[in-house]
Design a protein around this ligand. Structure first.
Ligand code: NAD
Length: 474
């Protein structure tokens, strides 16, 4: 049994109240580790530790801060196998995916922001013969980074890296469903010699210790990734104290397949955009809209490929592992049953697999319009729907018929059409003839109920700093 600890003031410590929560292996439903069920006493210790570390860390030269972050990136890379196995054990994703995507990206997050601060410049506005204005950006102080369970280390480091790079001290709250790699990251921070208190990681329940963290008056900004309903609570709390807040929330992403697309590539990539990480990526396409002329052709090729996906033990060569938790499995089952009750036809999949472990078949449903429950609410699992459309405007209307607006994919060989449609889609990210192609300099985030603000590149550097203009009379 592994006992996960909080990381406070440079040390790995037990929760003050001695209480722990069970942490499950989703592949076999056993409890394999214990997580601190932290209380306000632990939170106060993290706040004190971060406040104490802030003056020295924020005044450290950019070059030195950058070197510290590069050390962390190096250590993540050196521990690739260990971290990938831990991520798979905790979350259920195939080890091969964690090795290829999650862990390399966690290292890349630190490397990217270590380099970004060295290359960042600020503005000057010259009033000829009168004055010079220059803009500086100062770190905020102690900030909170709260992350979800689907890409545990990848998304936690996506927040921690820019926050630390810009000179803030961080209190991170990983998901209580997948705390393991955050714990291993704290060990790497100790090994890298990062000054005590610069990063603190507190484990526990979101609605309890997470909420207390958000409400704490010493927290200057909150960077949150998770569900839309949690985002609403956090946004409301943040507004009461005028805290800066960045919200990366849920999605119901459309994939638009036009009849002039490269069908083979569209089918192949749409299988990936539907089922990678068991469909538990906020960027996965879950509503597939296909132009009428190629609907049947797309459907038969797509369903055939989906039937060939391998679901099983995530330690072996599979395409999908189990879903993350029993509660999530029940939620996915509920949505599929609801879709069937509303008249949906299951083309493949549709149910739980096996007796032990939270495995669910890759599922394709047709026969429902864009307004039914499964095309409106986020399932966040291996379930997609196929819906035909007539022409461009019909596709745009159907794609936009949801409260979400995170990501969209367009498949077409017509460049003019791709631009035209992209500009009408209400989503923060549009991919044309590809999916999940990421340049860390680009703005990342959602429109409508998918979020507020953008992460990535200079957006993240700006979020974690306060802008000040200094005007000097000549
Ligand atoms: P969640 O909202 O339940 O939890 C996310 C985090 O918030 C966890 O660490 C949790 O402990 C914490 N939390 C919960 N209640 C809180 C509260 N009241 N105050 C403070 N913290 C609280 O989300 P989840 O189930 O872990 O993740 C799945 C969701 O995340 C999906 O909706 C998915 O779309 C979304 N997501 C979005 C993005 C994006 O970039 N937009 C990326 C990944 C996941």
């Amino acid at each position: 049994m592994i006992t996960i600890k909080n990381y406070i003031n440079g040390e790995l410590v037990d929760p003050a109240n001695g209480n722990y929560l069970d942490n499950y292996n989703p592949a076999d439903e056993t409890v394999y580790s214990l997580i601190p069920n932290s209380s306000e006493e632990d939170l106060e210790r993290t706040i004190l530790s971060a406040k104490k570390a802030f003056p020295a860390w924020s005044q450290l030269s950019i070059d030195k801060r950058s070197r510290y972050l590069i050390k962390v990136a190096d250590l993540i890379e050196a521990n690739l196998d260990k971290l990938a196995e831990a991520e798979s054990l905790d979350n259920g994703k195939p080890v091969s995916l964690a090795r290829k995507v999650d862990i390399p990206r966690a290292a890349a997050n630190f490397r990217f922001f270590a380099s970004a601060i060295v290359n960042e410049s600020t503005q000057a506005h010259i009033m000829e013969g009168v004055a010079i204005n220059y803009t500086r950006r100062a770190p905020l102080g102690v900030v909170a980074c709260i992350s979800p369970w689907n890409l545990p280390l990848y998304l936690l480091t996506w927040k921690i890296a820019p926050a630390l790079a810009t000179g803030n001290c961080v209190i991170a709250k990983p998901s209580e469903v997948t705390p393991y790699t955050a714990f291993l990251l704290s060990e790497l921070f100790i090994e890298a010699g990062i000054p005590a208190g610069v990063l603190n990681i507190i484990h526990g329940k979101g609605a309890e210790i997470g909420q207390k963290l958000v409400e704490h008056k010493e927290i200057k900004a909150i960077s949150f990734t998770g569900g839309t309903s949690t985002g609403r609570i956090i946004g409301t709390e943040a507004a009461k104290q005028f805290k800066k807040v960045s919200l990366e929330l849920g999605g119901k992403n459309p994939v638009l397949i036009f009849d002039d697309c490269d069908l083979e590539k569209a089918v192949e990539t749409t299988v990936k955009s539907s089922f990678t990480n068991q469909g538990e990526i906020c960027l996965c396409g879950s509503r597939i809209f296909i132009q009428e002329a190629i609907y049947e052709d797309f459907r038969s090729r797509f369903v055939e490929k989906v039937k060939n996906l391998r679901v099983g033990d995530p330690k072996t060569e599979v395409d999908l592992g189990p879903l993350v938790s029993e509660a999530h499995l029940r939620k996915v089952e509920m949505y599929v049953n609801e879709a069937i009750a509303q008249g949906g036809k299951v083309l493949t999949g549709g149910g739980r697999l096996g007796q032990a472990g939270y495995f669910f078949e890759p599922t394709v449903i047709e026969g429902l319009d864009e307004y039914c429950v499964i095309n409106q609410e986020e399932v966040f699992g291996p379930v997609v729907t196929l819906v035909p459309f007539k022409e461009e405007q019909d596709a745009v209307k159907k794609a936009n018929a949801t409260v979400y607006g995170l990501a969209a994919v367009i498949w077409s060989q017509d460049v003019q059409r791709a631009h035209r449609v992209a500009h009408q889609i209400e989503s923060g990210i549009v991919w044309v003839n590809c999916w999940m192609l990421r340049d860390l300099r680009t703005p990342f985030g959602g429109m409508k109920e998918s979020g507020v603000g953008r992460e990535g590149g200079s957006d993240a550097l700006h979020f974690f700093t306060e802008t000040q203009n200094v005007c000097i009379k000549l």
